[in-house]
Ligand binder design. Sequence first.
Ligand code: ARG
Length: 463
Amino acid sequence: MRKLWEGRNDGRIDDAAERLNASISFDKRLYKEDIEGSIAHVRMLGKCGIVPQDQCELLVSSLQTLDEDISSGKVAIDEEAEDVHSFIEAYLTSKIGGIAKKMHTARSRNDQCVLDLRLWLDRENDGIVSLIGDLVRSIADKAEDNISVIMPGFTHLQHAQPVLFSHWLMAYGEMFYRDLERFANLKASIRRSPIGACALAGTSFATDRFFEAEQLGMSDVIGNSMDAVSDRDFAAEFLFASSLLMMHLSRMCEEIIIFSSTQYSFLRPADEYSTGSSIMPQKKNPDMAELIRGKSGRVYGNLISLLTVLKALPLCYNKDMQEDKEAVFDTADTVRLVLNVFPNMIRTMIVNPDSMLDSARKGFMNATDMADYLAKRGMPFRDAYNVCGRIVNYASDNHKRLEDLSLDEFKGFSELFSDDVYEAIALETCVSKRSSYGGTARECVFANIERMRKRLSQLIQGK
Ligand code: ARG
């Protein structure tokens, strides 16, 4: 296939160089956006009197037909072409002749390729926003269904204080909600129109960049032609938002993996989200959670790869920039793949409240409440802390839990103890008393769920 740039050059390059140069194998994914951009461009050329109206109409209808024909499989994208832009122009030229060659008036592949990527990512990002909405919903629903289940809360992976399982879930709900906001806010960066910047300096044709941007639903027109062809911030922002999302998912997966081990047995991914072993008949492995944790690596890699490509790149188009697309495509594919699995994995996850409660009874997690008990009866907290530390040692040496100590044993440490200590250090009390805003008391978690649902519907509606 002839090259767009034949003339100065005879268009023939070394075979291996051709393979390095070509981007059609991956940028063919942009065919719809490329056609959409070309239609807007041609309409602008017609409106501004740069190309006669009747020719513009023929161009627009031919572009529309090509879109339908590629979508239906009637026309296959020829991978001999250098890139999707070359293919579409060459194809139209073969169909309608020389008029097709007018399409590229007052345009360059430099503004065209980044326009295509922006249009593609805008749609993809909308899809991701709604998938994250589903993710947040799945967490809130699971939390509501298990609102009163008590589990141990950990610091340093050591038993710390009892919390509600629903509180643990909603901590991730908060993270994912922030992801949702972050992706929703990306729209403003993505929808800035570069088209009409041409190669780098603008054009001497009397074009109307605003008309073109408006037809494409862009919300802004980039005000400096050199910046327009150089800017890939929107792509880096998308990769960063994706990396953060994957980091959150990976943290939650890590805990799901730990909690579904035999030592914990707090929960278990449903059979649809586990696999077995080829040799050990008893196995149910949390592979999906592990894969999601693992996929975070490639998404981070894509972010670092694009940032590295852009680092020290001189202004305006450099061929290095062709590397932007695969990083974005692979990330969007990975994020979608993962988000199609995770919410349903959460919904179907089997929760084992008895194991959680059993575990919560270990590790002296009510020791803080015992110290608070003494502090509320007048002992300075630091002294109460010290007394309770000694009680924990005593209980541990005697293989007892704090609530198993007799009142006499308690009184041996402080006369401030009385009968009501048992109520004060009951696990249920430890949880229900932590009712400060954002705390783990049932009503606080419930309020958290309600608040989250409200913010979610506002954000989705406000889109
Ligand atoms: N395939 C190229 C890309 O995706 C298109 C831009 C080519 N521009 C150029 N001046 N060679 O980046």
